[in-house]
Design a protein around this ligand. Structure first.
Ligand SMILES: Nc1ncnc2c1ncn2[C@@H]1O[C@H](COP(=O)(O)OP(=O)(O)OP(=O)(O)O)[C@@H](O)[C@H]1O
Length: 241
């Protein structure tokens, strides 16, 4: 069953997005006309084989990259017409990113890593609240080297959500984790999605993880080959791989 109504307009809308990377004489067609939407509060799992274009699409949605052709809207804003400066402001104000590798500052504690964001964001939560929401209330004064991979990833999630982004883009957040710690990370993401209504895109290689999604989008060779509502959504704790 869908857990959330789909009454409002999409947060993201990609229309006919193509991306061609040119390296010398070689052209790689990473995306070949992708249409996709992300609705308010929705958790979308993006699946596909290696090289199918998942990261390229996510980077374009998050304005880390620009399409070769096509349009990307964030609410009513056409990102493909925005300047670099506007795109930087868009990322800073609206998007949280979580990557496979946590990119924490090793010499700072969990709390201090999150504070790097809360000190510059416009309407942040406290680092403590962010770490609690990410499921890590008891490790705030630990350094990254004192934390497990799953705990480090939850610090990265806390850092990503501390500015209260409307969208969370997660590229293989469990890719470096075993299944037990991977489930804990998925639980943190599902909790944020449920409590804060943060629309979330989650890239994974792991087909089992699609079961926690509201909707599943599958890419193959730069095209969307499946886009379906998941009618039997399960809790992360029920996922095993
Ligand atoms: N900066 C780049 N320059 C040239 N080619 C690129 C670049 N980034 C990605 N590509 C190519 O674009 C295609 C899609 O890559 P992308 O990283 O989006 O796939 P993916 O589905 O995320 O793969 P993976 O699951 O392995 O991360 C691949 O063929 C890749 O080699």
């Amino acid at each position: 069953m869908r857990s959330k109504p789909d009454s409002s307009g999409p947060v993201f809308r990609a229309e006919g997005v193509t991306k061609v990377y040119r390296t010398g004489a070689v052209a790689v067609h990473a995306l070949r006309g992708v249409d996709m939407t992300l609705s308010e509060g929705e958790m979308v799992v993006l699946l596909g084989a290696s090289g199918s274009g998942k990261s390229t699409l996510m980077n374009i949605l998050g304005a880390l990259d620009t399409p070769t052709e096509g349009r990307v809207f964030f609410r009513d804003r056409d990102l493909t017409r925005a300047s670099d400066r506007q795109l930087t402001a868009f990322r800073r104000d609206h998007v949280g990113f979580v990557f496979q590798f946590y990119n924490l500052v090793p010499s700072l504690t969990a709390r201090e890593n999150v504070a790097l964001v809360t000190e510059i964001a416009r309407n942040p939560m406290t680092p403590e609240e962010a770490l609690e929401r990410a499921g890590l209330p008891n490790r705030m004064d630990h350094f990254p080297a004192e934390l497990s991979g799953g705990e480090q990833q939850r610090v990265a999630i806390a850092r990503a959500i501390a500015k209260r982004p409307e969208v969370l883009l997660c590229d293989e957040p469990t890719g470096a984790l075993d299944s037990k710690t991977g489930v804990q990370v998925l639980e943190a993401l599902a909790q944020v999605n449920a409590d804060m209504g943060t629309a979330t895109v989650l890239i994974t290689h792991n087909a089992d993880i699609q079961r926690i999604a509201d909707r599943v989008v599958v890419l193959a060779d730069g095209r969307v080959i499946r886009d379906e509502v998941n009618t039997e959504k399960i809790a992360p704790a029920q996922v095993s791989w």
